[in-house]
Ligand binder design. Structure first.
Ligand code: GDP
Ligand code: MG
Length: 766
């Protein structure tokens, strides 16, 4: 029978994982290995994907993937051996503790959601965003801390389950470890899921790096009543391990002092700092040795890499390592040795070499945990509550209504609650403007301050409260673990668009700001789905567009219609993104879909501190933008409107901006925009907020167009060229200007067509 046949609530044991390549490897790395118990927990509303529990972790699989996994109700007799020997090979390492500046670089490596960023923030005092779903950290963040006479440079890396070259994140982390050569690695481990987290540790052992383990979430382990002899485990793996909890900061000092200890002492000095080889069966070991023979002769290679690691990676058919070795004169012989080994492994174990190596690693982990007296406790754990909540939140009937209700509440609160502080700020801005008008003498300077600076920046700053509220909601959803569920229940629909359940998180983040959202697409493993996600993201109406909406809607639509107009804009954006995604996936960006494997982290109470920090960071960014780009743009727009060819322009129409607008006017006649609107669109290319400030400067309060034009204008603003920052982000993430240009042009073309249609059809009807 297959995993897909398992009914909700049933348990079985894994017999075999079928399938090929990346999928198979990934599945096995997630803990789907022979003999493991697996339980079907629940299905998404549309019966697909299904959530399973394996090795204490919860993962979701699509039906088609579950069909690749053979299971049985009977447990297989598995030999719980301990394939570990202490072939400690102390390698000569240079002493780093020279006099002079004592600085050292420490990289944080670990699975997604194990608390790396929390550690980073605690140690460096930074305010990086922690989130309860994978992929929040998409780039390396750097911070500093001082400890024990050292200045420690901390690098927070993206979360990975392994260091194979399967996803961009894994490649990235591996590259950082090899090329950036941090002095010490802190391997952050989610101690409440220790077995699977240690898989990554075994890969770090292969790479022969200096590692200190932070057994994080130790609070959860204790709460559940687990038993574990940390010192024993630490000596078995040959690396110091420190129980930590970065909810409270517990263990930080000890962790850092271990880092310094490792840095200053020599390998093999004590039992907590030794180098082990994870011993494989003889046919694998022979293969490793045969390959290593050729590698060891090369001094340059030996300096950069552990040759054993290279050999193991080669046996795992790693393409990157293959490419590194291709330069060697002995390349042909190496590949021959590998192929012989692979064949022998297949003959003797019946498995391919990748699987055989992974099995050995899990065997090692199990053995080590066993020796360290690891027993899982039975007390109430996080997952109990999580189960109850998930039963409701991902329920077939309740899932979608809850999801949409939450979105609705989010927007409703943002707009209604945000209205009060917005009115206060608005009154404040008006008061300052009047005060300056009264006290200053007439002239260009006064005009610049009142109409340019106060008018322009004021038009935008009033939206700060709304933006803060929106970000508070997004952080709450991220930190609590709800976002991962949202992706889970949306998967099937996303799939229909050629996207991926994981695309959903970046899309939601896009409502905040498109730039980090484009970066967050890194979690989507399929390059194709990732590219499509990136390209449709600009249609998620970011908070920078909000000021324009509120300004125009407030002026042209009666109170009772305002919310509807607003919702309709977001809806148009979403519908357009669906259409474009379908077109792209159908005709433009072809390729295969990759499997959906997504971790569902337990629900956690977000700490108030984290939420405040995150929200405040965003607010600060917004204010900074206000002081910079928007201030400068407002002054430029004002100056272009104040002066003309003959000095101070008698009227706006004779000014430079008037002339430019007139020049553009024919381009937008199908939309019914007048030259002032054209100008504001042009200025919005830099950042969308500037559209609002430009309108503020150009019109004051006297608008002279119809609600229909206003709506067509809003549609144009929604859809056209996102902003320079987003385009640059797309260039960086897609790796080519081609896609960046594509995004810039198609969005503008689409905006032109749709807004023209709105105006033309609207004119016929009204
Ligand atoms: P990262 O993905 O590894 O960077 O993990 P984060 O630092 O973003 O943390 C993931 C989640 O775990 C957040 O909700 C944290 O608040 C929470 N968390 C981090 N450390 C601990 C800990 O030691 N104990 C508990 N209970 N929760 C933690
Ligand atoms: Mg992180």
């Amino acid at each position: 029978m297959y995993l897909s046949d398992l009914k909700t609530g049933e348990k079985a044991y894994i017999v075999k994982v079928k399938g090929h390549g990346g999928f198979r490897k990934r599945i096995i790395e997630m803990g789907f290995i022979k003999g493991q118990e697996i339980e079907a927990l629940l299905s998404a509303p549309l019966q697909d994907p299904v959530k399973y529990k394996v090795m204490g972790y919860e993962v979701s699989l699509r039906r088609q993937e579950a069909e690749q996994i053979e299971v049985s109700y009977e447990i297989l007799r598995s030999v719980d051996e301990n394939p570990m020997t202490s072939t400690s090979t102390p390698r000569d390492q240079q002493q780093h503790n020279t006099a002079g500046v004592k600085e050292l670089t420490v990289a944080l490596v670990g699975n997604p959601n194990c608390g790396k960023t929390s550690l980073f923030n605690f140690a460096s005092g930074a305010h990086e965003h922690v989130g309860n779903y994978s992929g929040v950290t998409v780039d390396a963040k750097e911070g500093y801390t001082h400890f024990g006479g050292y200045r420690i440079r901390l690098v927070d890396l993206p979360g990975t389950y392994s260091l194979s070259a399967y996803s961009p994140e894994e490649l990235y982390v591996r590259k950082q470890l090899v090329d950036d050569t941090p002095d010490v690695i802190i391997n952050v481990i989610d101690a409440s899921n220790i077995e699977r987290n240690l898989y990554l540790t075994t890969q770090l052992m292969d790479m022969h790096l200096r590692v200190v383990c932070a057994l994080n979430m130790f609070d959860e382990l204790e709460m559940r009543g687990d038993k574990l002899n940390v010192d024993k485990l630490s000596s078995l793996l040959g690396m110091p391990m420190v129980p930590t909890s970065f909810k409270t900061g517990r263990g930080l000092e000890q962790l850092l002092s271990e880092v310094i200890h490792i840095f200053e002492s020599r390998e093999g000095h004590d039992e907590y700092y030794r180098h082990f080889h994870i011993k494989h069966d003889h046919e694998i070991e022979d293969g490793i040795n045969n390959i290593q023979k050729y590698l060891k002769g090369n001094e340059l290679l030996r300096m950069r890499y552990s040759t054993r690691w290279l050999a193991i990676k080669l046996l795992e058919m790693d393409k990157e390592v293959d490419a590194i070795l291709r330069e060697l004169p002995d390349y042909d012989k190496i590949i021959e040795a590998r192929d012989t080994a692979v064949r022998r492994i297949k003959e003797e174990t019946g498995d391919d070499s990748e699987t055989a190596i992974m099995d050995a690693k899990y065997g090692f982990i199990r053995g080590a945990l066993h020796e360290a007296g690891y027993v899982v406790g039975v007390k109430e754990d996080t997952y109990k509550t999580t189960h109850r909540l998930d039963a409701l939140i991902t329920n077939r009937w309740a899932g979608f209504p809850i999801f949409f209700a939450l979105l609705w509440v989010m927007f409703e609160v943002t707009f209604t609650l945000g209205q009060y502080p917005m009115d206060w700020i608005d009154a404040g801005v008006g008061w300052i403007g009047e005060w300056v008008s009264e006290t200053m003498a007439d002239g260009p300077l006064k005009a610049m301050i009142v109409d340019g600076i106060i008018g322009g920046v004021g038009a935008v700053i009033v939206f700060l409260p709304q933006i803060l509220i929106l970000y508070t909601f997004i952080s709450l959803m991220e930190d609590s673990g709800y976002m991962a569920r949202a992706a889970f229940i949306m998967d099937k629909l996303m799939h229909k668009m050629g996207l991926h359940g994981k695309s959903f998180i970046p899309l939601i983040m896009g409502f905040g700001c498109n730039v980090p959202a484009v970066m967050a697409t890194r979690t989507v493993e399929s390059r194709r789905a990732r590219l499509i996600t990136m390209l449709v993201l600009p249609m998620m109406s970011c908070s920078a567009r909000l000021p324009i909406y509120i300004m125009i809607i407030g002026a042209f639509f009666a109170q009772k219609y305002q919310s509807w107009v607003m919702v309709s804009l977001y809806a148009v954006g979403i519908v357009m993104s669906v259409i474009v995604a379908r077109i792209l996936s159908r005709w433009v960006i072809k390729g295969e879909d990759t499997p959906f494997v997504m971790e569902l982290p337990p629900y956690r109470f977000p700490t108030a501190k984290a939420i405040f920090r995150h929200t405040w960071e965003k607010g600060k960014q917004y204010l900074k933008k206000m002081g910079g780009v928007i201030l400068v743009a407002s002054i430029i727009v004002w100056a272009l409107g104040y002066f003309g060819t003959m000095g101070v322009a008698p009227s706006l129409e004779d000014s430079f901006i008037g002339m430019l607008g007139k020049l553009m006017e024919p381009l937008f006649t199908p939309q019914g925009f007048d030259w002032r609107l054209d100008i504001s669109l042009l200025t919005g290319v830099g950042a969308k907020e500037i559209v609002a400030s430009t309108i503020g400067v150009l019109y004051g309060d006297a608008y002279n167009f119809t609600p229909l034009v206003a709506y067509a204008f809003l549609i144009f603003v929604l859809l056209y060229f996102p902003c320079i920052a987003t385009i640059v982000a797309i260039k960086n993430e897609s790796g080519s200007w081609r896609w960046a240009w594509f995004a810039a042009l198609y969005t503008t073309g689409l905006a032109w067509v749709v807004s023209a249609l709105v105006y033309q059809i609207g004119s016929l009807l009204i």
